[in-house]
Design a protein around this ligand. Structure first.
Ligand SMILES: [Zn+2]
Ligand SMILES: [Zn+2]
Length: 377
């Protein structure tokens, strides 16, 4: 069992990448074998620190750890016990450098430590797994009306991206079968070479780091396992969606090369301001002009709700401008199904400007009759 990587590095669960790097650099200097010759305890700590950093520096591994804990890395490559199911770990061959049951060699750790310092002087700078590039995430944006946000909406996105080659099923081989394991590297995708003091690893030149040697490439994808294709995705925008929501469609991004995992597809939802309704959380505000006589005498007004229903609302006598009348349950859908916010009618009034002679006469008459004690108000 590996120790909790957050505890090992002494960082919070939500620590930033920069904080993690900082903590790692501090500890790796402290426990570096050069500084602690012959100290088994320091060597152990040094390995732990590197193990922890190996997980936390990689957003995918970090997410996997956050979700599954140590189980995400149990057994390394070959285990059927990992939560990602068949096909081994989702990060490509040999990515679990320091988590294979203590099998990591000291030179691996040193190499990784040097890399942690931005010292990438070995070989071409490419490392294991890079040739099995995961698919990129894709991001799109859609602007919808408030009414669409009320009802929810099916949104169709059309775009082109890398997808798994259907001729070889992503394997890159002409016969569509998995290529034999590379004999030079034994399927690990890397070979050991000596660079002076260090024994370093470089991508296997026979298989380009894939671990499999493709003798005859698939003619459709030229051995990469992916092809460029126009795709359509149907995204369900849920009812009640809020402005700025980012929806995620796992695994619907670009296909990974040579069997590496696909990226995700993200859709940012923006909501166009509505001309009639103003949204406040799940509540809606409707600013409405009501005749002066209705406000004074009381009465009923008819309104249209966001879902286009006609509704009759009672206005109490003596309602003032700026008062808000609540109509329960006619706001936006809440997070729980069947829950709705409220609609508030924000009372406003327009002073009439085009009066007929008769109206003028009546208003004049009204103005002349004042309540004996209090005037009009
Ligand atoms: Zn090889
Ligand atoms: Zn192919």
């Amino acid at each position: 069992m590996n120790k909790n990587p957050y505890e090992v590095l002494g960082v919070a669960r939500d620590a930033s990448e920069a904080d993690i790097k900082k903590a790692y650099h501090k500890l790796v200097l402290k426990y570096h074998p050069d500084k602690n010759p012959g100290d088994k305890n320091a060597e152990e700590k040094f390995k732990e620190v590197n193990n922890a950093f190996d997980i936390l520096k990689d957003p995918q591994k970090r997410a996997a750890y956050d979700r599954f804990g140590d189980a995400a890395f149990a057994g390394g490559n070959a285990s059927g016990a990992n939560p990602f199911g068949a096909g081994g770990n989702p990060f490509g061959n040999g990515a679990f450098h320091f988590n294979m049951g203590g099998g990591a060699g000291m030179e691996d750790i040193l190499r990784e430590a040097m890399r942690g310092f931005g010292f990438d002087g070995f070989g071409s700078g490419s490392s294991r797994g890079e040739n099995r590039r995961s698919g990129r995430d894709l991001l799109d944006e859609v602007v919808i009306d408030l009414k669409d946000a009320y009802f929810g909406k099916k949104h169709t996105v059309k775009f082109s991206s890398e997808v798994k080659c259907d001729k070889c099923n992503g394997l890159g081989t002409a016969d569509g079968k998995e290529a034999p394991i590379c004999s030079r590297c034994g399927g690990t995708g890397y070979v050991h070479t000596s660079r002076g003091f260090f024994a370093v690893e470089t991508p296997c030149p026979d298989c380009n780091g894939l671990g499999h040697k493709i003798e005859k490439k698939c003619s459709q994808c030229d051995g990469t396992g992916t092809i460029h294709k126009t795709r359509t995705l149907e995204v369900n925008i849920p009812a009640g969606v809020e402005d700025g929501t980012r929806l995620r469609l796992a695994g619907q991004g670009e296909a990974g090369q040579n069997g590496a995992p696909a990226g995700d597809f993200y859709l940012d939802v923006r909501i166009r301001p509505d001309k009639v309704f103003e949204r406040q959380g799940t509540d809606l505000i409707l600013k409405l002009d009501v005749p002066f006589t209705t406000l004074a005498l009381g009465g009923e007004i008819e309104i249209s709700t966001i879902d286009d229903k006609k509704l009759s609302v009672k206005v109490p006598a003596g309602t003032q401008i700026g008062e808000k009348l609540r109509v329960r349950g006619h706001g936006m859908p809440g997070r729980r199904a069947g829950n709705f916010g409220d609609l508030y009618i924000d009372i406003n009034m327009k002073v009439p400007t085009k009066l007929t002679e008769k109206q003028k006469k009546l208003l004049n008459e009204f103005a002349s009759i004042k309540s004996e004690k209090r005037g009009w108000f």
